[in-house]
Design a protein around this ligand. Structure first.
Ligand code: GTP
Ligand code: MG
Length: 198
């Protein structure tokens, strides 16, 4: 798919104020600092469309971006950021949960996982929650440029092995890097195929 335009639409704390759910939508979620905003920028060939930072906790709202005037990418706040207060964290969780549960045009949620990390409890719990609620998702491994190819594959294999203990069927997986653009075309092709069936 060729990206002809990518525009910021709006930021919200409440799914009810998001744009009308009339066009297909894809959300990016995962632990703070995993690379959600960077990946969105990579997909649309823009450096600063989604705000990124080396400090975790940058994205704090539900951010809608309209792509090619026909579908949405959504940048969400990260979870699992230890420095956020309990009250603040509960607020984020409620916001994300409300969004994921109620957005009828959400065709796929991309769950981002840093390729260098072994499976973490909060990622596993998050995916289990998606499964229980019947929310379709894929796994996107990020920062593949930070590891050698063989190590990347080894980590993916290990991740798959652990996932198989909980899931009868593994979700679709993408290996990506916002530095090298690895995985970009694959994700866009997948989105394009889902858009066709909306
Ligand atoms: P929050 O909004 O805070 O939850 O973070 P985020 O998941 O949106 O992460 P963000 O895209 O802001 O990136 C976090 C840091 O990781 C930044 O310093 C990025 O430059 C870096 N980063 C993101 N993706 C990659 C990648 O593919 N490779 C490398 N080497 N660095 C990356
Ligand atoms: Mg972000």
């Amino acid at each position: 798919m060729i990206i002809k335009s990518a525009k910021f639409v709006m930021s919200n704390t409440d799914y009810r104020k998001c744009p009308p759910p009339e066009q297909p939508e894809y959300a990016f979620i995962g632990r703070s600092n995993v690379g959600k905003s960077s990946l969105i920028n990579t997909l649309v060939n823009q450096k600063g469309l989604a705000k990124t930072s080396s400090t975790p906790g940058k994205t704090q709202l539900i951010n809608h971006f309209m792509i090619n005037d026909t579908w949405y990418l959504v940048d969400l706040p990260g979870y699992g950021y230890a420095k956020v207060s309990k009250v603040e964290r509960a607020k984020f969780e409620k916001m994300i949960d409300g969004y994921l549960t109620n957005r009828s045009n959400l065709l796929c949620t991309f769950v981002l996982i840093d390729i260098r990390h072994e499976p973490q409890t909060n990622d596993m719990n998050f995916m289990r929650m998606l499964g229980e609620k019947g929310i379709p998702f894929c796994i996107v491994f990020t920062k593949a440029d930070k590891e050698k190819k063989a190590a990347v594959q080894k980590n993916v294999d290990f991740y798959s092995k652990i996932m198989k203990q909980y899931w009868a069927e593994l979700p679709k997986m993408f290996i990506t890097s916002s530095e090298t653009k690895e995985g970009k075309d694959e994700i866009l092709a997948y989105i394009s195929s889902l858009n066709e069936n909306f």
